[in-house]
Design a protein around this ligand. Structure first.
Ligand code: MF3
Ligand code: CO
Ligand code: CO
Length: 290
């Protein structure tokens, strides 16, 4: 933690003197750190102004997913989903974060059936009756980021597929209920992995959630497998995603060698994912986008 005088302006940008703002909060963090807790650095704690901006990005991001939910249907290509997301985002003053991110070629990720994540929209991929698809939307608005994804069941899907989609959503909702200020990241991983394993599914260990808001992928890494009470402390001002990828079969995956992005289940089994961006507040957790 950097040195700051008690009469200096607070690091949070409130315009108040430090001693009247985050001084007590920082003392608490320092004490917890001395006890061996892993505490986030100030850079991971959003200021009021940043949080306000992230909320606006979140609102637009949710609107985009709602729009996709209305329009998605069998016979539609994932390229058409990309066009919808791209145009809606731009028309509302946003920027689709995936486009050109580390060379990603499209404005949204569309991951069908055994695609775990990072599916690239294409005119050749046409939604079929019985498919399950994850649409992952990340929006930049006025420089702030919000990230969420949902599953969509196309037409009549098998009972097994429907169950996978439901259990994955339940895992995220259980994680939300377990996410509390002064709790730990491991609380989230424990709740998710327990729920997933209880249904005979697996959850990816090596691809997970992340801090978000001032950038696309920030610290901390949010692992969806964990132990209650372990990992980084959850502190008011943190903003991160919860986004478990749940496979019906084994956890193993591989990356598409040609495009360098798309992640598939090794055994060809179905995979589902839901993603929320959340903020830790003084008294709970706020959903930024879902
Ligand atoms: N939206 C994804 C996530 O949840 C990241 C996609 S990166 C991209 O973290 F480049 F593929 F868009
Ligand atoms: Co994410
Ligand atoms: Co995402």
């Amino acid at each position: 933690m950097h040195k700051i005088g008690r009469n200096d302006l607070c690091w949070c940008g409130s315009g108040k003197k430090y001693k009247l703002c985050h001084a007590v909060f920082d003392d608490k963090l320092a004490q917890l750190k001395a006890k061996g807790e892993q505490v986030p650095s100030h850079t991971l704690l959003k200021t009021k102004e940043q949080l306000e901006g992230i909320r606006k990005a979140g609102k637009l991001n949710t609107e985009i997913l709602d729009m996709v939910a209305e329009k998605i249907h069998a016979g539609m290509s994932t390229e058409e989903i990309n066009t919808l997301v791209h145009e809606y985002t731009i028309a509302h003053g946003g920027i689709p974060a995936p486009l050109n991110y580390c060379g990603f070629p499209k404005s949204v990720c569309t991951s069908i059936n055994d695609v775990i994540c990072h599916g690239i929209p294409s005119a050749d991929d046409v939604l079929q009756d019985g498919d399950i698809i994850n649409v992952d939307v990340t929006t930049i608005l006025d420089g702030y980021y919000a990230d969420a994804s949902r599953m969509f069941c196309i037409g009549k899907v098998s009972e097994d597929a429907k169950k996978l989609v439901e259990v994955t959503k339940e895992a995220v909702d259980l994680a939300l209920a377990a996410t509390k200020p002064w709790g730990h990241l491991g609380d989230i991983g424990e709740v998710i992995s327990k729920h997933v394993y209880a249904h005979g599914y697996t959850v990816l260990h090596d691809i997970g959630g992340h801090g978000v808001g001032n950038g696309f992928h920030e610290d901390p890494y949010v692992c969806h497998i964990g132990k209650k009470g372990s990992g980084m402390l959850l502190v008011p001002g943190m903003v991160f995603t919860i986004e478990p990828m749940v496979n019906m079969g084994e956890e193993d995956f591989y990356q598409d060698a040609e495009n360098g992005w798309t992640i598939y289940t090794e055994d060809g089994s179905l995979s589902a994912q839901w993603e929320y961006t959340v903020a830790i507040t003084e008294d709970g957790v706020e959903i930024i986008t879902h």
